[in-house]
Design a protein around this ligand. Structure first.
Ligand SMILES: [Fe+2]
Ligand SMILES: [Fe+2]
Length: 268
């Protein structure tokens, strides 16, 4: 039996104000591209669940809690997009996104389970930071509320993955030098292919026939970044990113500026 912390019925959709974020193109890209990525979670879930075959605790949590919650994020963001930007044709954009994104989904697992858990911690750090940023930045109360709920889910996901990371770390005892590349690889992917492909299909649906390349992508990202940048929860992100490395407080302080710079990549 699944137990969600909130449902779509908890969101006052009729209360969405159209005079704030709906008028700002940057918010459209931030919310619409997230809705595409979240709604495609089931694409890369199967190989993740297969990878932990035999560990009932992990696989049943992934199936019963994590996946339904991620899909609900997609559902809720989709609904927000459809109310705030009704002219955006969501379903065809999603189909085109899925078609292009699918080949990237099978190849991204880490060589060991502890490294994969560390890598999942990075993903949840990225999403938690993204939605925390949006909820702080949004001048529109319903978007702020929705993204706050999502951010809380992502932090909870992180806590689960971190607990499983520790479980496998104790069994596999990987060296810290094996965890770092896993974190780095995943961090590099965040804001990489998936984000490029999502923004591309949001843009192409909005401006049919207009060419989309890396230059356009950078321009859109710059626009989004300017909008929300000052709300990025640096401290939270850094803490979440460093935790799997198990660094002492002194080393952590030394690496803060470096990781802080990296963390800024997480949110467009
Ligand atoms: Fe999510
Ligand atoms: Fe999540």
């Amino acid at each position: 039996m699944t137990r969600q912390h909130w449902t779509l019925d908890d969101i006052p959709w009729q209360g969405i104000r159209h005079d704030t974020v709906a008028q700002t193109e940057g918010y459209f890209y931030l919310v619409a591209s997230a809705s595409l990525m979240e709604s495609a979670t089931d694409l890369y879930t199967e190989n993740l669940i297969d990878y932990f075959y035999g560990d009932e605790e992990v696989t049943s949590w992934l199936e019963k809690y994590w996946l339904p919650e991620e899909l609900q994020h997609g559902e809720a963001l989709r609904r927000y997009v459809q109310v705030a930007w009704p002219e955006f044709d969501w379903e065809p954009a999603r189909q085109r996104f899925v078609e292009e994104f699918k080949p990237y989904c099978d190849i991204s697992l880490e060589p060991t389970r502890s490294q994969e858990m560390a890598s999942r911690c990075v993903v949840e750090t990225g999403t938690a930071s993204y939605y925390r940023t949006l909820s702080r930045a949004s001048p529109e109360p319903v978007l702020a509320m929705l993204t706050r709920h999502i951010a809380e889910d992502e932090v909870r996901h992180y806590k689960h993955f971190y607990r499983y990371f520790r479980k496998y770390r104790d069994v596999e005892s990987p060296r810290r030098t094996a965890i770092l590349p896993a974190l780095w690889r995943r961090l590099r992917m965040t804001g990489g292919d998936d984000s490029f492909i999502a923004v591309k299909h949001v843009y192409s649906a909005r401006y049919p026939g207009e060419p989309f390349d890396i230059g356009v992508y950078r321009r859109v990202r710059r626009e989004c970044r300017q909008l929300v940048r000052e709300h990025f929860p640096h401290e939270m992100s850094v803490r979440m990113l460093l935790k799997p490395l198990g660094l002492g407080p002194r080393t952590q302080r030394l690496t803060l500026p470096v990781i802080g710079a990296i963390a800024r990549l997480v949110v467009p």
